[in-house]
Design a protein around this ligand. Structure first.
Ligand code: NDP
Ligand code: MG
Length: 383
């Protein structure tokens, strides 16, 4: 029986993980779960799965709660979450918190030697270098939940980095892949949240529409699989059936395929290195649509390029991209800016920032918070 912690259990990945656990009750037990605001759902899951340790990371919720599951210990705030990650007896922590708020939990998980099933790609975008240094002296392993990185891990098998010529990450292209560029200024919040293949949280849905998500994923792949940015490419694949390719130095290419559901990569991260018998949705090869591929247009998706330019320079700049983007997304969701302003804001914030070449974790968190606040305060000057 594997004991797991699910951070962000009320989100899209959290709910997919619950479905995985429901189907593998004899293999998986949830011992710690968190939400930020949604305490009703957290309590409902705590009762269904008999979860003993609960944390609500938004401390303001404490005053609203009058009733709680009897058998569970309930704590509030991010400090308590870090303490629980350290102290609770568990084998693997699934970090499915959205955005930069997930970084500390990844760091704490690795520093306590527990395995990290990582959905929160922002952790590697902000602190990939530090996290890779920590992993060298920790027993922890990072098991990617992102479908592309799960595909890469599977296709790599036991090969060494020297055997790999390139990694090719697929991208659905999001809801606007065929929209004429002149109509981009009419895009609404509702259009953006309506992703053609995946049902995801608000931030990653918007990142998929701007394609910053693919930029973040290239950065994630760079750190996880030790390849240079020149050797990681992205292609549009609208059907989202092939989740990524590995091109080997002898010219052979391997791909991983499945029906687009996050339950498969979640299960694999939790059972790695084994593929276990499962009743998760099956992929019938004969039912597959035609599979198409086309280049990713940086004119349509300027944020992809902005993220990669920041990544090539390294240091704090990927944190600046992520923080400015998180602020711009909040501004877009509250209808203060247009969809096309998101890229303008991020580009301006990155271009004016003096890089810090090797920031430590505290510096990364501090700059993240500063850039986020400053972007929200000054956004009118940035568009
Ligand atoms: P959601 O927005 O659906 O869920 C986010 C979860 O994090 C919720 O449980 C939420 O709690 C909690 N949360 C929100 N803010 C905070 C905070 N400040 N501190 C702690 N917890 C917080 O996101 P997704 O599930 O879509 O994505 C989660 C992560 O997984 C992201 O990093 C995303 O990039 C990654 N990912 C997601 C995929 C997907 O298909 N959804 C695919 C690949 C990667 P509450 O509900 O109470 O607000
Ligand atoms: Mg992905």
């Amino acid at each position: 029986m594997k004991k797991i912690a699910i951070l962000g259990i009320t989100g899209s990945i959290g709910i997919s993980a619950l479905e995985v656990v429901r189907q593998h009750r004899d293999d998986l037990e949830i011992v710690l779960a968190t939400s930020h605001d949604n305490y009703q759902k957290l309590f409902e899951y705590a009762i269904e799965f008999n979860i003993t340790e609960l944390v609500i990371t938004n401390p303001d919720r404490q005053k609203q709660i009058t009733d709680r599951p009897e058998h569970s210990n309930l704590q509030f705030g991010d400090e308590q979450l870090q303490y629980k990650i350290e102290s609770v007896d568990c084998d693997i922590v699934l970090n499915a918190i959205s955005g930069s708020a997930g970084l500390r939990s990844s760091i704490t998980t690795i520093s306590t030697g527990k395995d990290l099933a990582l959905a929160n790609k922002e952790s590697l975008v902000m602190a990939g270098k530090k996290i890779m240094q920590m992993l060298k002296i920790s027993k922890s392993r990072i098991l990617p939940v992102d479908s592309e990185h799960s595909a890469i891990l599977q296709a790599l098998g036991n090969s060494t980095p020297e055997e790999v010529r390139s990694i090719i990450i697929t991208a659905s292209g999001g809801p606007f892949r065929d929209l004429p560029l002149k109509e981009f200024n009419k895009i609404t919040v509702e259009d953006t949240l309506d992703h053609p293949t995946w049902d995801m949280g608000a931030k990653i849905s918007i990142d998929s529409a701007t394609m910053l998500n693919k930029g973040l994923e290239v950065i994630e792949a760079h750190w996880l699989f030790n390849k240079s940015y020149q050797d990681i490419k992205a292609v549009i694949h609208p059907q989202s059936i092939i989740h990524s390719f590995i091109e080997f130095v002898d010219g052979s290419i391997l791909a991983q395929l499945s029906f687009p559901t996050m339950q498969i990569p979640i299960l694999y991260a939790l059972t790695y290195p084994k593929h276990i018998i499962s009743s998760l949705p099956k992929t019938n090869i004969l039912d597959l649509p035609n599979l198409n591929f086309k280049p990713l247009s940086t004119k349509r998706y300027p944020l992809f390029q902005i993220a990669l330019q920041a990544a090539e320079q390294g240091g704090i700049l990927t944190t600046v991209v992520n923080a400015a983007n998180e602020a711009a997304i909040d501004l877009f969701l509250t209808k203060k800016i247009m969809f096309t302003d998101i890229a303008k804001i991020v580009e301006k914030q990155v271009n004016k920032f003096d890089n810090i070449s090797d920031p430590d974790i505290d510096e990364i968190i501090e700059i993240n918070n500063k850039v986020y606040i400053q972007t929200k305060q000054n956004y009118k000057k940035l568009i």
